[in-house]
Design a binder for this molecule. Sequence first.
Ligand code: ADP
Ligand code: MG
Length: 732
Amino acid sequence: MTHPAAPAPETALTDAAPEAVAAGAAPAKAPPKSPAQKALEKLGLHRPIDLALHLPLRYEDETRLTPLAGARQGEIVQFEGEVTHSEISIRSRRQLLVTVDDGTGSCVLRFLNFYPSHQKTLSVGAWVRVRGELRGGFLGREMVHPHFRLAGGELPGALTPVYPTSAGLPQTYLRKAVLSGLERADLSETIPAPFLSNGPFLNNGPHSSSGPNLNSGPQGLFSLREALQFLHHPTPDVALATLEDHSHPAWQRLKAEELLAQQLSQLQARRVRAAMRAPALKGQALRGVHCSLQEQLLERLPFRLTAAQKRVGKDIEADLRKNVPMHRLLQGDVGAGKTVVAALAAARCIDAGWQCALMAPTEILAEQHFSKLISWLEPLGITTARLTGSQKPKERREMLALVESGAAGLVIGTHAVIQSKVKFKNLALAIIDEQHRFGVAQRLALRSKMTHESQEPHLLMMTATPIPRTLAMSYYADLDVSTLDELPPGRTPVVTKVVNDARRDEVVARIQAQIAEGRQIYWVCPLIEESESMDLANATQTHEELSAALPGVGVGLLHSRMAAAEKKAVMALFTEGVMGVLVSTTVIEVGVDVPNASLMVIEHAERFGLSQLHQLRGRVGRGAAASACVLLYSTGDAPRLGEVARARLKAMAETNDGFEIARRDLEIRGPGEFLGARQSGAAMLRFADLAQDAPLLAWAREVAPLMLDQYPELAQQHIQRWLGGRAEFLKA
Ligand code: ADP
Ligand code: MG
């Protein structure tokens, strides 16, 4: 029960943020940090307030003693009694067996690992306090590896907190550190009382008026200090369930604080952006010179825009005309036709005499955009430049020159677009396709390519993985969202079948039937490169198998280890229809567009995430032909699929709607993970749950603008307290 390292608050928990220390405010030679101190910092617990906001996962009740006679099996019980017997048994395995009697009954303590000190404390005649789970063992009541100490001493008045921790950070150390943080942190109220009294948390009932009421909020509401003190050390009479499900008024108070901090920081970012300038992109046609590039492009398109495309186009158009940078997310299901919307925005930008950059996450996708946009825009006299990682130096130099001189109106590429060597003459519009595949830093880098002083480019982000409304409200408050909620006409919905891998032959027969009808097929395999031991059919193997099973049919292979030129060649053969089947790893995941492909087979579908499956399925159903998606699953050695995998495949079979898929994905994974994948670096909500706390979120959204206007200093203080150094990151 003793832990080696006692906290040394002065050094471990300095008031100064680490940056301030680095800036020279620290004493000449800082003492070396203990492993526990380092572990604290790794958890992000730098400032006293960070520690104060580090809340327990659960609690242990050490506030009372239970007579053994009345205790039930399976209960966590604390009692005091006398050691009546102690022996080292070697029956099946060496172990220490100690009998303790509390006057109402006795209990055997069993230790499989023990030190001489255990034996010493637990020697016959000693009075001890024991705490552990009571079991009914062979010898009657017993506890395995219980906590124990000498009896006596006061019982604590509050529940004992158990904190989330990491290796090398013992609970006792963390408890002391948190306690110290709680004492030293500035916990003064930042939320003005009038805002709180309108909050939805009052419905949860006022807290007991018998408690301490220092610095209390309005109408008996928990103040921040009270809420924190309570949550760290709740009185034993609390209904534990309300602490566990975070419905307790003290939790409500904290969640409201957290949500408000997030809303404030996003709103602030929005206002900062609104104060920045961007070129107002007004077309030449407005000046009556000629028919605008946009109009020319529209005339040349082989189809008419859907109503949704027109509406979204207008949103973007209106943004681009303003001298405030656009910050818009265009979400639309796979196949909804985002590319043409992007092309129209690009045409507007180029028409106004500025450059536009389009960044895509993979070379294949960049290549696809390139050929499509070239076919649309070059006939209008627009020069396009392409930048990818695999370019030959000579080609690359030529492209860079086109970009720098401004000769290229449109620049398309992968991450290569944001490299420091790339200099634009006058970038005004940055378009990011499949934005969730890029990190915050990459988006910032693209924006910084604007060369005109104190201006920002307009930013259009596109995604096929829609963000459920509550998430959009919470995480993207600093973002305007346009939605393509309509697919181009003439599409037949994709029929999805979940099929056991044992029936692979039937799938191959189906492929033959499709080929006979002149259709094309994708076959996607997961490739776990890191783990060769994993028993996964890899793309190469499947490729051989299908080639053998489908004589006379062109079967291509595409995987991420191939050279870019090779990939491009294979992709071209498939696009032109020379190849009937394309076996690939997930390199085709995003954006590939071959309308004649009508069957998508996904092998080991149980290993893919839901949005990835949906993206892959979106590769078919792009033409008028009826399309299907086969999700092949294998349970391996297990009798059946795991629950999460089953939920995913079920969702896929039940709906084609990307929004519904996103909603279910959120349900299956929870917001942290859901967003984690798409937005590295975003500060996650630690306490609030968007589904459960919708009323609190609504309150925070309402209060944030008022607070920023009426109490700007408190607002800053609030953001700092909750987000500390992370606020910057949220702006990207
Ligand atoms: P995504 O939104 O997934 O990026 P794309 O822009 O690749 O979708 O469009 C999918 C396919 O639909 C492309 O072949 C595209 O040319 C076509 N398309 C786009 N808009 C329309 C439309 N209004 N009518 C018919 N076909 C369209
Ligand atoms: Mg696309």
